[in-house]
Design a protein around this ligand. Structure first.
Ligand code: GDP
Length: 359
């Protein structure tokens, strides 16, 4: 960081990752695999529970990725995956008019290739100018494939027969060709020098975990290299986020699940939330995180926290949230003028309405 002033409250937040792709190409399986690997590696307790999102801290990425990642090369804290894959969540979740996700994974089934929703996803990524990589999924279904669970792609590729390698290469080059037809210069990720100009293709299996170390490494590298400036936030500033979902919760009434992408939110903060009619002004009664699975049987599903900093997924319990909308902005007022914050929320809602009308 150029500013070494110790009073500088600036910090680097976790990039927010979305997963897109055609139905059945493996979006959910890939997220499950990443979550599963992270939970196993994080048994010591390093995994933080989030609402609607999965945080994979850098040290866990580095354990999963083995030799591929040297944690000293990175200062971003990890990756935050939005748990709901697909276009709908991508297009409804905005931040300041842009995409909420900083970066995306486009999942393409190597056998099925490009399908209508693959093209739709590409179009959405292009319009929102979201950097992305392609996960060429289900490599384990190439006839003759021999599985090497959770290994980097190079290791498993080397252990396949010539025939199998050739079959996989053909499928991968087909995907690279399809990307090129859509105006994206693409290549296998290890050949890509500049990820801003070229789309990297990572062969993976969401089933066997092969290539998942590479996928996490590339995502981390891409974020670190090209998004670092955008990840600089004022950690102690008033929180800014987007509503993922509005949910009735026993004992709390209507709550909002939000992804916070800037600043912090605290218990008792006054917040402004985009509503179906007017912006809602309310006060945070509780910030709720999911409790680790093992403890749920004896206690409530959630535990209270006093404060959360970006990027994070959190459930907010507050009065008057009945009219809140998925996709709407949330802003913490803190030391600012309430009217200014209401105006900001209104302006953001208006820009979302315009974008939706254009679609
Ligand atoms: P989504 O609709 O994109 O979320 O796709 P899913 O994750 O639900 O996967 C669709 C189907 O493909 C499921 O039956 C998965 O088990 C299967 N699947 C997903 N990834 C893989 C993979 O890497 N290998 C194999 N063999 N099957 C997979």
């Amino acid at each position: 960081m150029s500013n070494t002033d110790t009073h500088d409250p600036t910090s680097l937040r976790t990039p927010i990752v979305a997963v897109l792709g055609h139905v059945d190409h493996g979006k959910t399986s890939l997220l499950d695999k990443i979550r599963g690997s992270a939970v196993i590696e994080g048994e010591a307790g390093a995994i933080t529970q989030h609402i609607g999102a999965t945080a994979v801290p850098l040290d866990i990425i580095s354990t999963i990725a083995g030799d591929l990642v040297d944690p000293d090369d990175f200062d971003l804290p990890g990756l935050l995956f939005i748990d709901t894959p697909g276009h709908h969540s991508f297009t409804t979740l905005r931040s300041r008019g842009g995409a909420l996700a900083d970066i995306a994974i486009l999942v393409v089934d190597v056998n099925d290739g490009f399908q209508p929703q693959t093209l739709e996803a590409l179009d959405i990524l292009k319009r929102s100018q979201t950097p992305f990589i392609v996960a060429a999924n289900k490599i384990d279904t190439v006839p003759g494939w021999s599985v090497n669970e959770d290994t980097p792609i190079n290791d498993t590729y080397e252990s396949q027969s010539d025939r199998v390698r050739q079959r996989l290469d053909e499928k991968l080059y087909e995907i690279i060709g399809n990307l090129s037809d859509e105006g994206f210069s693409a290549d296998l990720y290890w050949r890509v020098q500049n990820f801003q100009r070229n789309v990297g293709v990572v062969p993976v299996s969401a089933m066997t975990g092969e290539g998942v170390p590479d996928l996490l490494t590339v995502m981390m590298g891409l974020s670190q290299r090209y998004m670092k400036e955008e990840m600089e936030i004022d950690v102690s500033g008033p929180g800014v986020g987007t509503v993922l979902e509005v949910k009735e919760e026993k004992g709390f009434g209507k709550t909002v699940d939000i992804v916070l992408y800037d600043g912090t939110i605290r218990e008792d903060d006054t917040i402004v939330v985009g509503g179906q009619n007017d912006p809602i002004v309310t006060e945070v009664r509780a910030l709720l995180q999911p409790r680790p699975l093992a403890e749920i049987r004896t206690e409530s599903r959630f535990e209270n926290v006093d404060e959360v900093g970006a990027a994070a997924g959190i459930k907010v319990a507050a009065p008057e949230l009945g009219d809140a909308m998925a996709g709407a902005p949330v802003r913490v007022v803190r030391d600012r003028d309430l009217e200014d914050v209401i105006e900001e929320v209104q302006a953001e809602l208006a820009s979302i309405a315009v974008d939706t009308a254009e679609e």
